[in-house]
Design a protein around this ligand. Structure first.
Ligand SMILES: [Zn+2]
Length: 243
Protein backbone atom coordinates (compact mmCIF):
# COMPACT_ATOMS: atom_id res chain seq x y z
CA UNK A 1 0.00 0.00 0.00
CA UNK A 2 1.30 3.43 -0.91
CA UNK A 3 1.37 5.73 2.09
CA UNK A 4 0.34 9.38 1.81
CA UNK A 5 2.99 12.12 1.78
CA UNK A 6 2.99 15.89 2.10
CA UNK A 7 1.02 16.01 5.35
CA UNK A 8 1.78 18.23 8.34
CA UNK A 9 4.07 16.01 10.39
CA UNK A 10 3.53 17.19 13.94
CA UNK A 11 0.40 17.48 16.07
CA UNK A 12 0.14 19.81 19.05
CA UNK A 13 -2.13 19.25 22.06
CA UNK A 14 -2.59 21.54 25.02
CA UNK A 15 -2.19 19.95 28.45
CA UNK A 16 -2.74 21.48 31.84
CA UNK A 17 -0.46 24.12 33.40
CA UNK A 18 0.84 25.58 30.13
CA UNK A 19 2.36 22.42 28.80
CA UNK A 20 2.04 21.42 25.15
CA UNK A 21 2.47 17.87 23.90
CA UNK A 22 3.99 17.67 20.42
CA UNK A 23 3.73 14.33 18.66
CA UNK A 24 4.61 12.93 15.25
CA UNK A 25 1.10 12.36 14.02
CA UNK A 26 1.66 9.51 11.56
CA UNK A 27 4.19 7.35 13.38
CA UNK A 28 3.35 4.87 16.13
CA UNK A 29 4.21 6.19 19.61
CA UNK A 30 6.34 3.05 20.05
CA UNK A 31 8.85 4.38 17.52
CA UNK A 32 8.93 8.13 18.20
CA UNK A 33 9.08 9.96 21.49
CA UNK A 34 6.78 12.76 22.61
CA UNK A 35 8.04 16.32 23.00
CA UNK A 36 6.72 18.27 25.98
CA UNK A 37 6.89 22.06 25.71
CA UNK A 38 6.89 23.64 29.18
CA UNK A 39 6.00 27.30 28.83
CA UNK A 40 7.44 29.96 31.13
CA UNK A 41 7.41 33.76 31.00
CA UNK A 42 10.99 34.20 29.79
CA UNK A 43 11.98 30.79 28.47
CA UNK A 44 10.23 27.67 27.24
CA UNK A 45 11.78 24.24 27.73
CA UNK A 46 11.26 21.49 25.18
CA UNK A 47 11.62 18.22 27.05
CA UNK A 48 13.06 15.83 24.45
CA UNK A 49 13.21 16.49 20.74
CA UNK A 50 11.38 13.76 18.80
CA UNK A 51 12.86 11.63 16.05
CA UNK A 52 14.15 14.31 13.71
CA UNK A 53 12.44 12.63 10.73
CA UNK A 54 11.00 16.11 10.31
CA UNK A 55 13.09 18.23 12.71
CA UNK A 56 10.81 19.84 15.28
CA UNK A 57 13.00 22.74 16.39
CA UNK A 58 11.79 25.43 13.94
CA UNK A 59 8.12 24.56 14.51
CA UNK A 60 8.41 24.63 18.30
CA UNK A 61 10.46 27.83 18.32
CA UNK A 62 7.78 29.45 16.14
CA UNK A 63 4.98 28.30 18.44
CA UNK A 64 6.87 29.46 21.51
CA UNK A 65 7.64 33.05 20.37
CA UNK A 66 10.42 33.24 22.95
CA UNK A 67 13.75 31.46 23.53
CA UNK A 68 13.43 27.67 23.74
CA UNK A 69 15.91 25.39 25.50
CA UNK A 70 15.61 21.80 24.32
CA UNK A 71 16.84 19.24 26.83
CA UNK A 72 17.65 15.71 25.65
CA UNK A 73 16.64 13.19 28.33
CA UNK A 74 18.61 10.43 26.63
CA UNK A 75 20.56 9.97 23.40
CA UNK A 76 18.46 7.51 21.37
CA UNK A 77 17.03 8.75 18.06
CA UNK A 78 13.39 8.72 19.14
CA UNK A 79 14.04 11.32 21.88
CA UNK A 80 17.08 13.20 20.60
CA UNK A 81 16.82 12.88 16.80
CA UNK A 82 15.48 16.42 16.45
CA UNK A 83 17.75 17.92 19.10
CA UNK A 84 20.17 19.40 16.54
CA UNK A 85 17.36 21.52 15.08
CA UNK A 86 16.92 23.65 18.22
CA UNK A 87 19.07 26.75 18.68
CA UNK A 88 19.59 26.07 22.41
CA UNK A 89 20.43 22.47 23.36
CA UNK A 90 20.99 21.04 26.82
CA UNK A 91 22.09 17.58 27.93
CA UNK A 92 23.93 15.82 30.74
CA UNK A 93 27.68 15.80 30.30
CA UNK A 94 27.76 11.98 30.10
CA UNK A 95 25.56 12.07 26.97
CA UNK A 96 27.39 14.99 25.39
CA UNK A 97 29.67 12.96 23.12
CA UNK A 98 26.89 10.55 22.03
CA UNK A 99 24.74 13.50 20.97
CA UNK A 100 27.62 15.25 19.21
CA UNK A 101 28.57 12.15 17.25
CA UNK A 102 25.63 9.70 17.13
CA UNK A 103 26.34 6.05 16.36
CA UNK A 104 23.81 3.24 15.86
CA UNK A 105 24.74 1.58 19.15
CA UNK A 106 23.31 4.62 20.96
CA UNK A 107 20.65 5.84 18.55
CA UNK A 108 19.01 2.37 18.10
CA UNK A 109 17.32 3.43 14.85
CA UNK A 110 17.36 0.02 13.17
CA UNK A 111 15.66 -1.67 16.13
CA UNK A 112 12.57 0.53 16.06
CA UNK A 113 12.11 2.59 12.93
CA UNK A 114 10.51 -0.03 10.72
CA UNK A 115 8.08 0.37 7.80
CA UNK A 116 5.06 -0.84 9.80
CA UNK A 117 5.36 2.10 12.22
CA UNK A 118 4.26 4.62 9.57
CA UNK A 119 0.78 5.72 8.46
CA UNK A 120 2.23 8.47 6.25
CA UNK A 121 5.71 9.36 5.04
CA UNK A 122 7.44 12.74 5.34
CA UNK A 123 8.29 12.72 1.66
CA UNK A 124 8.09 10.46 -1.38
CA UNK A 125 10.75 7.77 -1.33
CA UNK A 126 11.48 8.16 2.38
CA UNK A 127 13.09 4.97 3.64
CA UNK A 128 12.93 4.48 7.43
CA UNK A 129 16.02 2.25 7.35
CA UNK A 130 18.12 5.09 5.99
CA UNK A 131 17.08 7.67 8.57
CA UNK A 132 20.15 8.98 10.39
CA UNK A 133 20.49 11.08 13.47
CA UNK A 134 22.33 14.38 13.02
CA UNK A 135 24.85 15.21 15.72
CA UNK A 136 25.15 18.59 17.41
CA UNK A 137 27.10 20.18 20.24
CA UNK A 138 25.36 21.08 23.47
CA UNK A 139 24.99 24.78 24.20
CA UNK A 140 24.41 24.03 27.90
CA UNK A 141 25.52 21.11 30.05
CA UNK A 142 23.19 20.27 32.92
CA UNK A 143 23.89 18.19 36.00
CA UNK A 144 21.92 16.58 38.78
CA UNK A 145 20.01 19.11 40.88
CA UNK A 146 20.44 21.92 38.38
CA UNK A 147 17.55 24.38 38.24
CA UNK A 148 16.38 25.69 34.87
CA UNK A 149 14.75 29.08 35.38
CA UNK A 150 11.83 29.79 32.99
CA UNK A 151 10.84 33.04 34.72
CA UNK A 152 7.48 32.22 36.28
CA UNK A 153 8.39 28.59 36.91
CA UNK A 154 11.46 26.45 37.32
CA UNK A 155 12.43 22.89 36.48
CA UNK A 156 14.96 20.64 38.20
CA UNK A 157 17.20 18.20 36.38
CA UNK A 158 17.48 14.73 37.94
CA UNK A 159 20.28 12.47 36.76
CA UNK A 160 18.61 9.09 36.15
CA UNK A 161 21.04 6.81 34.30
CA UNK A 162 20.07 3.36 33.09
CA UNK A 163 19.08 3.89 29.47
CA UNK A 164 22.05 6.09 28.77
CA UNK A 165 24.75 7.06 31.24
CA UNK A 166 23.68 10.70 31.01
CA UNK A 167 19.95 10.01 31.17
CA UNK A 168 17.91 12.62 33.04
CA UNK A 169 14.35 13.26 34.15
CA UNK A 170 12.87 16.73 34.62
CA UNK A 171 10.95 17.60 37.76
CA UNK A 172 8.67 20.54 38.53
CA UNK A 173 8.13 20.49 42.29
CA UNK A 174 5.58 23.32 42.29
CA UNK A 175 3.13 21.29 40.19
CA UNK A 176 4.32 17.80 41.24
CA UNK A 177 4.97 17.07 37.57
CA UNK A 178 7.64 14.66 36.36
CA UNK A 179 8.93 14.24 32.81
CA UNK A 180 10.43 10.79 32.44
CA UNK A 181 11.46 10.51 28.78
CA UNK A 182 12.81 7.03 28.06
CA UNK A 183 13.04 6.22 31.76
CA UNK A 184 9.41 5.33 32.43
CA UNK A 185 6.42 5.01 30.13
CA UNK A 186 3.23 3.01 29.98
CA UNK A 187 3.54 0.68 27.00
CA UNK A 188 5.74 -1.74 25.08
CA UNK A 189 9.51 -1.36 25.40
CA UNK A 190 10.34 -3.67 22.50
CA UNK A 191 14.03 -4.59 22.30
CA UNK A 192 14.87 -1.82 24.81
CA UNK A 193 13.95 -4.21 27.63
CA UNK A 194 15.82 -5.04 29.77
CA UNK A 195 17.69 -1.70 29.87
CA UNK A 196 21.40 -1.69 29.09
CA UNK A 197 22.47 -0.83 32.65
CA UNK A 198 19.93 -2.63 34.74
CA UNK A 199 21.53 -1.78 38.09
CA UNK A 200 21.59 1.95 37.41
CA UNK A 201 18.10 1.78 35.96
CA UNK A 202 16.72 0.18 39.15
CA UNK A 203 18.40 2.86 41.25
CA UNK A 204 16.87 5.55 39.06
CA UNK A 205 13.43 3.93 39.35
CA UNK A 206 13.71 3.90 43.14
CA UNK A 207 14.68 7.57 43.09
CA UNK A 208 11.65 8.46 40.96
CA UNK A 209 9.40 6.46 43.29
CA UNK A 210 10.45 8.66 46.23
CA UNK A 211 9.27 11.84 44.46
CA UNK A 212 5.80 13.14 45.40
CA UNK A 213 4.86 13.20 41.70
CA UNK A 214 1.17 13.45 40.84
CA UNK A 215 1.47 13.76 37.05
CA UNK A 216 3.93 11.99 34.78
CA UNK A 217 4.49 13.13 31.20
CA UNK A 218 6.38 10.22 29.68
CA UNK A 219 8.55 9.78 26.63
CA UNK A 220 6.03 7.51 24.90
CA UNK A 221 2.27 6.89 25.08
CA UNK A 222 1.33 10.13 26.85
CA UNK A 223 0.71 10.80 30.53
CA UNK A 224 -0.43 9.03 33.69
CA UNK A 225 -0.94 9.73 37.38
CA UNK A 226 0.75 8.74 40.59
CA UNK A 227 -0.99 5.38 41.09
CA UNK A 228 0.02 4.16 37.64
CA UNK A 229 3.55 5.48 38.13
CA UNK A 230 3.97 3.39 41.27
CA UNK A 231 2.45 0.32 39.55
CA UNK A 232 4.83 0.61 36.60
CA UNK A 233 7.88 1.12 38.81
CA UNK A 234 6.98 -1.83 41.04
CA UNK A 235 6.42 -4.19 38.12
CA UNK A 236 9.64 -3.13 36.37
CA UNK A 237 11.69 -3.47 39.56
CA UNK A 238 10.18 -6.90 40.23
CA UNK A 239 11.00 -8.03 36.70
CA UNK A 240 14.58 -6.75 36.73
CA UNK A 241 15.34 -8.02 40.23
CA UNK A 242 14.14 -11.53 39.30
CA UNK A 243 16.55 -11.86 36.37
ZN1 LIG B 1 12.06 5.90 23.49
Amino acid sequence: MQLPTGLAWHAVDVCEANILRVTEAYVDSYAVGDIWLVQGSDLDVAVDAGSGIVPAGPLIEAISRKPVLCIALTCSYDHAGGWHSFQQRACHRLDESSLADPVEENTEIADYLTDDMFRALPSKGFNPASHQMIGAAATRIVDDGEIIDLGTRSLEVLHTPGRSSGGVCVWEAATATLFTGEMLYDGSHGPAWPPSDSGAYCQSLRRIRRLPAETVHAGHYGSFGRARMIELIESQLADLESR
